[in-house]
Every structure is written in structure tokens, then in C-alpha cells.
Write a protein that binds this ligand. Structure first.
Ligand code: NAP
Length: 308
């Protein structure tokens, strides 16, 4: 079902519904994971500068394209601007470093990873003060619109086909949209039945911003694997909980990024299916019983306004 399933971005370009996630995939694992994924039919790979694996992801893409007889334009590649590159003069450098790591001339989607600027030049991607608090960039003073306007220039350069954001709340999107000349093509956020973010989905749909679901399986040691309603729906349909989660994500109109470095899981995760209206509605309601955000770094600034 997913080989041909795409969503249309506000740029007019298609984004494949299921993409391979690569956060916490070690370089030596992710090379094979990317190759297995492309061989299994995936045409969408998600990475980030901060994952420290762009180089291996890029090698995996290059070798898989060769082995499968595919072209660069057959694959949708996303990477992300890290928070220590938020100063306007550093934004283009951030993308150039990612392109060089990936060994690509362009990427399909460049996202601002977090609406948080960290002080550059501290020898760390995650700089902190001595008291342990985050070293937030005082030059940017929390104004992510400055960095976004610099990202807009990257589209003109042709080095990325589209730009977007990640971890943006409706509050931060309101601020961004007042200044932006280019409406973000995508907002990539945590989405799964314990955190369906129905309000954010409605907001982004109304503004023409496509939502991509991260941690769709519940991330590492997922509590969703033990969720009784999901197990019952999966068993009834003779599918796995992971396939059920991925199918629900696609059916609600979001692209979805299951991460795995296990070949059998990578293949199985690409086999989504059509949920009945009843099953779909039941999954939509799970968060009424239990709601949980799984990825929540201590940035020292409010990021997830919609949770309050
Ligand atoms: N923009 C952001 O700030 C942000 C934040 C988080 C994530 N992301 C993106 O979203 C992707 C996915 O999120 P995630 O990595 O947090 O977690 P996830 O995809 O929800 O879950 C990954 C975990 O599920 C396991 N798994 C995969 N397939 C499975 C299956 N069929 N059955 C049982 N377990 C399975 C994986 O193990 P194995 O690998 O060992 O198979 C891994 O431990 C990331 O990799 C990244 O690309 C973006």
C-alpha cells in the first residue's frame, strides 16, 4: 500500500507517506538499515545533523540507489538545522555541512530541528552552563524567526527543495507565520496514540503545513507495545502493533517515520494496512485514558505550549 502512497506538500512536491527514522541508529547500523529500507520500497529517509550519522545515511542511500537502479530524485531526503547553527550567518553553513556529510547536492526538506538556539563555538552540540542549565544563544534571544528567514534563502540556492520546522507548537507557528515569506512545508512532531495532538493537526491542515509523525512507535522501550486496545486491534487484523500504529498515522493524513535497524522490522513496518472506521476511531480516543510525551528535552524554554 505504501510504495505509491504520498502526501502533497504546499510546494507541490510529494512526500512519501512512510519514511525510515534514523535517530539513535549507530553509523555502522544505519548504513545497512537505509539499504534494507530502500530495497524494501521506502523512498523517504529522515536524518539530522545532530544524529551524527548523516555520513553513513548518505553512503547507504548512494549504494542502495546504485544497487536498485534508482535515481537521486526517486528518494526524498530530510535533514535538520541544528540549534548551534541558528545565527543567520551560520544557517547556510549548517546545510552545507549536512550536504557534505550526506554526499548529496541537495536535500528535499530542511527542517529547523527545534525552536531553540544554543550558543555556537562551545565545542558541543548541547552546550550547558556550569550549573547544568542550557547555554541558550543570547544573540538570537529565542527569536527563531531570524533563523527561519535565513533558511528561506536556502530554497533560492537550490540546496534544499523545501524548508520546514520541527517541534513547533501552534503558539510558535503563530509567531513564525507572522514573519515568514514561505509557509513551512512540514512540521515534524511527536505523534502517536498517547500524543495524537489533534489540535495541532487541525491547525497545520488549515494553514497548509503537512505534519510528519516522529516517534510513531513510541520510541525506545515503547509503552505503546503493551497498550491493550492496540494489541486487540492488531491481533484482530493479523498485524503487528507497529503496523497498526503506522497505518493509523498514515490514515490520519500524516507522514510517519518508524525507526528500526532490524531488517525484518524495517520490511514489516512498510506493510501498512487499512484500518476500519471503528478501529481508527478507537485509536483516536486512546489518549483520553492515557497521554504521554516521550521526547521532552530540558531546553529551559517552553517549547510544547499545546501540552499546557
Ligand atoms: N524532529 C525531532 O526532534 C525528532 C525526535 C525524535 C525522532 N525523530 C525522527 O523520528 C524517527 C522515529 O522516532 P524514534 O526513533 O524516536 O522512535 P520510533 O520509530 O517510535 O521507535 C523506534 C524503536 O522501536 C523499535 N521498533 C521498530 N520497529 C519495531 C517493530 N516492528 N516492533 C517492535 N519494535 C520496533 C526500534 O528498535 P530497533 O531499531 O532495534 O529495531 C526502536 O527501539 C527518529 O528515528 C527520527 O528520524 C525526530
Amino acid at each position: 500500500m505504501s510504495l505509491t502512497k504520498t502526501f502533497k506538500l504546499n510546494t507541490g512536491a510529494p512526500i512519501p507517506a512512510i519514511g525510515l527514522g534514523t535517530w539513535q541508529s549507530k553509523p555502522e547500523e544505519v548504513y545497512n538499515a537505509v539499504k534494507t529500507a530502500i530495497k524494501s520500497g521506502y523512498r523517504h529517509i529522515d536524518t539530522a545533523y545532530a544524529y551524527g550519522n548523516e555520513d553513513a545515511v548518505g553512503r547507504g542511500i548512494k549504494d542502495a540507489l546504485k544497487e536498485e537502479g534508482l535515481k537521486r530524485e526517486d528518494i526524498f531526503v530530510t535533514t535538520k538545522l541544528w540549534s548551534t547553527f541558528h545565527r543567520p550567518n551560520d544557517v547556510a553553513k549548517g546545510l552545507d555541512e549536512s550536504l557534505s556529510n550526506l554526499g548529496l547536492d541537495y536535500i528535499d526538506l530542511y527542517l529547523m530541528h527545534w525552536p531553540v538556539a544554543l550558543t555556537p563555538g562551545k565545542g558541543s552540540l548541547f552546550p550547558r552552563h556550569e550549573d547544568g542549565s542550557r547555554d541558550l544563544d543570547q544573540e538570537i534571544k529565542g527569536d527563531f524567526t531570524i533563523s527561519y528567514l535565513a533558511m528561506e534563502k536556502l530554497v533560492e540556492s537550490g540546496k534544499t527543495k523545501a524548508i520546514g520546522v520541527s517541534n513547533f507548537s501552534t503558539h510558535n507557528l503563530d509567531i513564525l507565520l507572522k514573519k515568514a515569506n514561505i509557509v513551512p512545508a512540514v512540521n515534524q512532531v511527536e505523534l502517536h496514540p498517547y500524543l495524537p495532538q489533534h489540535k495541532l493537526l487541525e491547525y497545520c491542515t488549515a494553514k497548509g503545513i503537512h505534519l510528519t509523525a516522529y516517534s510513531p512507535l513510541g520510541s525506545t522501550d515503547s509503552p505503546l507495545q503493551k497498550e491493550a486496545d492496540l494489541i486487540a486491534i492488531a491481533e484482530k487484523n493479523n498485524k503487528t502493533v507497529a503496523q497498526t500504529l503506522i497505518s493509523w498515522a498514515v490514515q490520519r493524513g500524516t507522514s510517519v517515520l518508524p525507526k528500526s535497524v532490524t531488517p525484518s522490522r524495517i520490511e514489516a513496518n512498510f506493510q501498512d494496512y487499512k484500518l476500519s472506521e471503528e478501529d481508527f476511531a478507537k485509536i483516536n480516543e486512546i489518549s483520553k485514558k492515557h497521554s504521554q510525551r516521550l521526547v521532552s528535552p530540558d531546553w529551559g524554554v517552553t517549547v510544547f505550549h499545546d501540552d499546557q
